[in-house]
Design a protein around this ligand. Structure first.
Ligand code: GTP
Ligand code: MG
Length: 202
């Protein structure tokens, strides 16, 4: 399941602009700053293929990356970024939702959740929306390298992960698959590639 080629293809601001090759794709969504672009780089073993930043709001478009000339990883803008101008924010919410609901080649949405902190309402709401709309999804917990801190609820990532799954269970008929990751230690990288390979073979 190794990566032999990874290349940036294009940035789109609506579904019509997205590539028409028909390759299966997997989209990374989650709160601003949760580590979507960092995870993409970790998966493809490139430091700067997707642009990352300490400041939230870095990714603003639907960015397609072609992997092994046969499938796409898609980096999306984050939700919940309070400082972005309102019109921009509304626009992101609309085009990402339209993309999730109608992009035919989308195999699974990877919903990224910060595993180093307790569940946030906005993430629970997002999981609920995906569940209600029956959009296939995988839970990816990020930043699992971070040690527990009192100011972050004082729980280990394993506990935050378990708590989160308990809180969203009612939104799904079958509990979504989940993977713990870190873009620093590259925990979960191989597991994600195996998961993608399995989904592609269905
Ligand atoms: P937006 O594009 O703004 O929505 O953010 P994003 O979700 O793409 O986050 P990005 O990958 O840009 O990372 C945000 C910050 O979190 C950066 O400072 C990263 O270095 C840091 N970060 C990302 N992943 C990890 C991780 O696994 N562990 C730790 N400790 N920090 C991480
Ligand atoms: Mg980003």
């Amino acid at each position: 399941a190794g990566i032999t080629a990874a290349e940036y293809v294009k940035s789109s601001v609506n579904r019509d602009q997205c590539p028409a090759d028909g390759f299966p794709e997997f989209a990374l969504v989650g709160r601003s700053n949760v580590g979507k672009s960092s995870l993409l780089n970790s998966i493809v073993r490139r430091k700067k293929l997707a642009l990352t930043s300490k400041k939230p709001g870095k990714t603003q478009c639907i960015n397609h990356f072609r992997i092994n000339d046969s499938w796409f990883l898609v980096d999306l803008p984050g939700y919940g970024y309070a400082s972005a101008p309102n019109t921009l924010r509304k626009n992101w919410v609309e085009f990402t939702r339209d993309y999730f609901l109608h992009r035919k080649t989308l195999v699974s949405v990877f919903l990224l959740i910060d595993g180093s902190i307790p569940a946030k309402k906005i993430d629970l709401d997002y999981a609920r929306w995906l569940g209600e709309n029956k959009i296939p999804m995988t839970l990816i917990f990020t930043k699992c390298d971070k040690r527990k801190k009192k100011k972050n609820g004082g729980k280990r990532p394993e506990q935050n992960v378990e708590d989160f799954q308990g809180l969203i269970r009612e939104f799904f008929e079958t509990a979504p698959p989940w993977i713990m990751t870190s873009s620093i230690t590259h925990q979960g990288r191989d597991e994600i590639l195996v998961h993608i390979a399995q989904l592609r073979n269905y």
